[in-house]
Design a protein around this ligand. Sequence first.
Ligand code: HEM
Length: 276
Amino acid sequence: MSAPNLRARTSVPAAASVPPTSPSSTTVSTPPKRSASQAAAKEDNVRVSFFDVVRALSGLILLSTLLSYLITGTSLTWGYKPSWARPARIRAWLKGPLNLTDAELSLYNGTDASLPILLALNGSIYDVSASPHIYGPGGMYHVLSGRDATRAFVTGCFDVDLNGDLRGVEEMFIPIPDSPQSETGEGEGGISKEVRTVRKLLREKETRVARKKVYEAVEGWRKLFDGGKGGKYFWRGMVDRRVESGWEGWGAKKELCEKAKQGRGRREADEVVGGS
Ligand code: HEM
């Protein structure tokens, strides 16, 4: 019984089993229903869904995390620590910027372990708690913490310049003149008007260049404290320099410290027309 049936099924072509819908369709063979659904299924297999991408990415991240931990032994991110993700920074961000008077700032010099170590540069306060061995008690630069010592940052005089007064500090970058008169312009009565004018222009140019050097020196330090060293240090607020806060200003203009005086170059006599 079963053998003739089998023969009949195999001997009849698939196209012949579909009845023609019109006279012209007799010559066109319609694809069998089964192969159409197979094609659709194949298409479905090729299409990549959003979840496939998420799955693949998650797998890659997991693999990278595992490999990082296996290789470094401690880090899940190959040793990379985004600065914004550091706990101290997040805590500071949540508390908001500080506005401290000089007296208040002096409490943050590392002697009170419950407070961060802060220093100020040109009125901006930075958190340097990441380097207690440098800025904390006993550290090489402990004198710089808890205060605005911008002047010492420029001159290097840690004994007398632990303040933020930059007035006149540019002098350290102005060459020592060939005569005292040519620096101040005083007592130049005996020389011609032209020479006086040239000396005056030279003094002005030297002062401009020197001020730029002061700016560059301070800016170099600012870059270190404002996110330098991989974001180790960070901006924390401003020193309150309003008169209402009790700030009395810097007092009289300071003399250049000895070390900075000694570091000044000497102006060549022939740089100035009429130089002695
Ligand atoms: C204008 C003069 C100078 C100023 C204002 C100054 C200031 C500083 C500051 C603020 C740091 C710490 C940087 C950080 O937080 O990573 C530092 C590091 C250092 N400075 Fe100076 N410095 C001066 C000159 C010198 C000189 C002349 C020497 C060498 C005799 C020196 C030796 C060092 C050393 C060895 C370190 C590294 C300390 C460490 O990482 O433990 N500095 N300097």
